[in-house]
Unconditional design. Sequence first.
Lengths: 143, 143, 143, 143, 143, 143
Amino acid sequence: MEQPEKDRPEASVAEKTRKTAALYFKNVADEKPYDLWRSFDKNLARDLSVFITGRMYAREKIPHTVRQLVTVAALTVLVRPEELRLHIQAALNVGCTPAEIAETIFQTAVYGGVPAVNTALKTLRSVLEEKGMWPMEQEDGGR
Amino acid sequence: MEQPEKDRPEASVAEKTRKTAALYFKNVADEKPYDLWRSFDKNLARDLSVFITGRMYAREKIPHTVRQLVTVAALTVLVRPEELRLHIQAALNVGCTPAEIAETIFQTAVYGGVPAVNTALKTLRSVLEEKGMWPMEQEDGGR
Amino acid sequence: MEQPEKDRPEASVAEKTRKTAALYFKNVADEKPYDLWRSFDKNLARDLSVFITGRMYAREKIPHTVRQLVTVAALTVLVRPEELRLHIQAALNVGCTPAEIAETIFQTAVYGGVPAVNTALKTLRSVLEEKGMWPMEQEDGGR
Amino acid sequence: MEQPEKDRPEASVAEKTRKTAALYFKNVADEKPYDLWRSFDKNLARDLSVFITGRMYAREKIPHTVRQLVTVAALTVLVRPEELRLHIQAALNVGCTPAEIAETIFQTAVYGGVPAVNTALKTLRSVLEEKGMWPMEQEDGGR
Amino acid sequence: MEQPEKDRPEASVAEKTRKTAALYFKNVADEKPYDLWRSFDKNLARDLSVFITGRMYAREKIPHTVRQLVTVAALTVLVRPEELRLHIQAALNVGCTPAEIAETIFQTAVYGGVPAVNTALKTLRSVLEEKGMWPMEQEDGGR
Amino acid sequence: MEQPEKDRPEASVAEKTRKTAALYFKNVADEKPYDLWRSFDKNLARDLSVFITGRMYAREKIPHTVRQLVTVAALTVLVRPEELRLHIQAALNVGCTPAEIAETIFQTAVYGGVPAVNTALKTLRSVLEEKGMWPMEQEDGGR
């Protein structure tokens, strides 16, 4: 492994995978998809992890905050609350505020329907409760 | 209607609806949902438009660029290409770049699957072609 | 086949299948699912048709008008415009009005999202245009 | 607020919102979406509630019984059991029978698939059990 | 009922329904859909069961192992974990290996997304745990 | 690049990607996803292609025929007719018969609903027509 950097794409993607995973999933206690995959197939787990975390999440075309909000929107309308829990925590880890995450969820109501929003809001509330960040402060008391 | 501003919430929401619609859908030639709804029910069309455009889109909790990217993500995984066309145009109108829109679409592949991404990319390509913005410039020629 | 009625369940279900199909799909020019299925597998086509039309649609637990509106709602949120075309025509055949069908579609917006509603409304509009029933009369000109 | 009725659309929609909510959700112990939304954003909660309950549910284009069955159908195929619980209770409150609700759920099997029906039937059964309305009486003992 | 076999299609389909149900759902302790349906409507339960188990599952156009893997794939991307539990057990009953079922689930990731795969893998793991077949043996320890 | 095979995982995966793509998509005239992705982002196109074709499709845990039928089932219930076209062609290329593909599609009706099946059958019919393989021969003329 004494090759110069440009000859070691797999070394650098492994490094990117580790760094990005650390950034996103710091202090996340839920079972990680990577561990679930590994219990079935170690090679495929590595391939999936390198592709998703090392190739996709590590790209720098949009800021991590936007990448996470975009992910929250997708998981809200798909109604995938377990994966959403992971990415709400990742969104907080990269600097999104609870209010921005809530707004992103509400914005999808017109597209994916209100019940999907309700499920996502309950997921957000449960994450914020676990972190001692609930109730959220509201800017004003209503019209 | 000579009441002071604070007593006229409906006047201000009508104004917000108009301004936000103008910002998002400037130069959009596709049939607008509002016109479709009006052909069935004028009152309900007004209620829907005021709620969606005046109440929801006009909120200032996240920037318009983020609101549009979040919307693009939701419409991609739901596979709603007609509505996606409208919001790709809105995203460009508020200042998102084609590369940011493409990245948002690609990011959803892990959650909503690759075929949904492909449909969205074709929609994006057709909008960019119509606007003379295709092919997109790529930063580098690959590894 | 000279058995009395009570011994011939299959004769009576075949009769119910024919009658219900005639009621629902009178004057429907679109390709019927039954003909599509038959081109692949004649036996399975018969089984599917007997189950769906003879067993399910022929039940008398709710009026045919309600059964069709319920079906319109399901097909709207699932975004199945080709099947929706068939059941909008069936709904008109059993006596639903265009306004009732439109209202049913609009009612689903909160659950399945607005883009799904838009696709369904366009489908309804195209059926009404073909039947010379467009534009729909509106009760009042708005508030 | 001494204006005549025609000048107070927002007063009348607030009244409609209250009346319709009381009609639909009388004796419903589950968390209401309105309360969930309020815990995140009081203004948006009001806007959503006024639009959904005051504007949409309060319309008189189809009877409340049909509006609820249509809603049950949509929520069944979308597999949204928490929201379905609310609307099964609303359906019973406006006068639908358990057999009509069950028939509506079964009717969607052809469109949204049998597993979605099974989830909805379990939700219906649990509501009927809570209300002491289970087991349902069946008209006949089978063929 | 003394007719010769060829005149008794319903007798033979009832027999096929019983045999196929016994093959697929031997030792399955979960509530069967048939019992759920019967608690609402005995006649419809019989019709659904005859169609699904006697007509559809009993067909011999593809082997039972392939029919079950195809079903696992459909239920994975639709995210129907309760029905998936039944068909993972049916797949094992007809001779599919845990590794084949896992591979089928992983293969859908590209189409239905990774969160749907994760839910299905957890369902598979829980069935294997109940049967004392967990952890799965892996062919090699990774690259 | 003079390293022995075991030190060149990326060389071998590139080779696997090429071989598997050639096997599956021989004589497929439709736009390939890889070409669509490349027009947006060459690096990401390579990563996606290597992961999907080189890592996932090239695995040998289930036969290619089963892998394609499983894929057909997933794309049927997701209603992705463009991607389904590609995989119906891949299924034929690896040796599945039209009758096996049709049966796989029909089998999903119970899970994803009949309208999704109808869309997939039309897609299958159009591929078979293009290849001069339509109408399909049926074993018997029905009961």
